[in-house]
Design a protein. Sequence first.
Length: 134
Amino acid sequence: AERFRECGLEIATGMGMLWDDYRDFYNRVKVAIIKSVARDVTQRFLECMAMGCAVLCDMPRDAEAMGFRAYTDFLPYTDDDDAVEKARALLKDGRWIEFARQGQKTVRPNTWDARALTLLREVDRMKLARDLQC
């Protein structure tokens, strides 16, 4: 975060926002910079994509297995300087919009609503199977 500030890029860090404040804030964010935990996809990676942010993230090892493509759905970075450079480029040339739209499309099956719907459909299928056995 400090490197971004040193380079004159506005950045928000820390915790504190919840619910509507969190959603409202991230709906205004153009580029989200994500640091993975143990090189795994974080919840913030998914949430920021779902809210229409272009995601800059170090390379989480499970992103590809979850269907996310580097340089298409998100932009990976190697270190702070690389993240700053890529964030600046995305904002300058407007490509953040392309990453935001593609990421939002790809993340759709991983949203809370999509996962809940999958579970509800499975429960209905199990009930129907049980009813057919009786």
